[in-house]
Ligand binder design. Structure first.
Ligand code: SF4
Ligand code: SF4
Length: 376
């Protein structure tokens, strides 16, 4: 069954069979960049949001509206948006995160490759009443823009249904995540888990959940995927495929937990159900797990506590930071997190990735790191 997820994890949407199927069935499909985009609003209007995570080996081209000092995710996303890669998308939504995302939006506004384009100005400060009120207002503006685009209002009932569909998918992804890290031996590899998680970006969530339920049964029945391995936590942002995870496995390690924008930052923390759906969405997408693009005072404590908690729950023996070159927000946090981890005696490895993960150099670094991390 992993093959179905593997096929659907193709980030170039024009080549992705799951996205093609959605288009053939008449669904509108819109792209988005970051895990802080409230997909449920678009889904409630009958659209299917799909994630832009760059593409393997695609470095991107910087045009006049994109400075050269951009991470490879932003560069390759723009190349896909202006070329054939995202040609089957009906629209695109960018949420305020880093400078690169804002720049990406400006370029889309100028070149206008999609019939629908929207920017959601999400505050970079969580846990604050004014920020929540502002974000709530921004979500209303977005909802109205979607309603104009699809030509019909979005009812609260549609929003509540969408929230249930997404929450179920989050719960199932978390169950699979636990089968990787919680037991004595992982029942699913880091690379296969990532394929399943990435596939969820390109399928209707209800369909993905249906497949995932069957897959969970298969994984629970199956033998462990590794008898012995160095268990690591992976910290970073976005990768367009599972290559990094595979390399870690080839060298004798296993990613058993993560704080990635394509991992836990995406599926942890459900939206509260039973109340006013737009309020619940604003609360979840502003105050969910802290990410490096946020600036509120407790952010580093939140991030550090999460990483420490994952290491304890999943038996992690060290932390690998695999960060995108030129991603300032992750690099700034890295310095503080590394200092805290090292003060607690937890081994860390830093590796910079671009359009490719730099596997030759990384293999050598991993071998040395696993020797230190795997000592106890
Ligand atoms: S670091 Fe935060 S804002 Fe940036 S892509 Fe990840 S979740 Fe989004
Ligand atoms: S990798 Fe960093 S710089 Fe690039 S889009 Fe994500 S958060 Fe922004």
């Amino acid at each position: 069954m992993i093959d179905a997820f593997k096929q659907a994890s193709e980030p170039v949407t024009a080549r992705n069979p799951a996205v093609k199927e959605l288009k053939q069935s008449g669904r509108r499909v819109i792209g988005y960049t970051c895990s802080n985009f409230p997909e449920e609003i678009a889904y409630a209007a009958g659209m299917v949001p799909v994630r832009a995570i760059g593409a393997p080996g695609l470095g991107g081209e910087t045009g006049p509206l994109q400075p050269e000092a951009q991470c490879s995710v932003a560069r390759s996303n723009l190349q896909l948006a202006l070329g054939e890669g995202f040609s089957n998308l009906d629209g695109f939504v960018v949420t305020n995160s880093c400078d690169m995302a804002q720049n990406f939006y400006s370029a889309l506004e100028h070149y206008s490759p999609f019939p629908f384009l929207h920017f959601i100005s999400r505050p970079n400060i969580a846990h604050s009443r004014p920020a929540l009120d502002f974000f709530r207002f921004e979500l209303d503006v977005f909802k109205q823009a979607v309603e104009r685009f699809v030509g019909k209002p979005i009812a609260d009932e549609d929003l509540s249904n969408a929230i249930s569909v997404y929450n179920e998918n989050r719960r199932l992804l978390k169950e699979l995540y636990d089968l990787r890290g919680k037991g004595e031996k992982p029942l699913i590899s880091g690379s296969d888990f990532t394929r399943v998680a990435i596939a969820s970006f390109y399928m209707d969530k209800a369909r993905h959940s249906e497949l995932l339920k069957g897959f969970l049964e298969e994984v629970r029945r199956g033998p462990p995927v590794a008898e012995s391995c160095v268990r690591v936590h992976l910290s970073g942002s976005t990768f367009p495929d599972a290559e990094l995870f595979e390399l870690i496995e080839q060298v004798g390690g296993m990613v058993v937990s993560d704080d990635l924008c394509i991992g836990t930052r995406y599926f942890m923390a459900p939206v509260e159900e039973g109340g006013a759906p737009m309020d619940a969405l604003a609360d979840r997408y502003l105050n969910k797990m802290a990410c490096p693009c946020m600036h509120h005072g407790s952010k580093l404590d939140e991030r550090y506590d999460f990483i420490k908690g994952q290491l304890q729950q999943c038996g992690g023996q060290g932390v690998i930071f695999a960060l995108q070159r030129l991603c300032d927000c992750h690099l700034v946090d890295y310095q503080a997190l590394r200092y805290r981890l090292q003060s607690d005696g937890i081994p860390c490895l830093y590796h910079e990735v671009e359009a490719t993960i730099g596997s030759g150099q990384l293999r050598t670094k991993l071998e040395a790191f696993f020797e230190i991390a795997g000592r106890d």
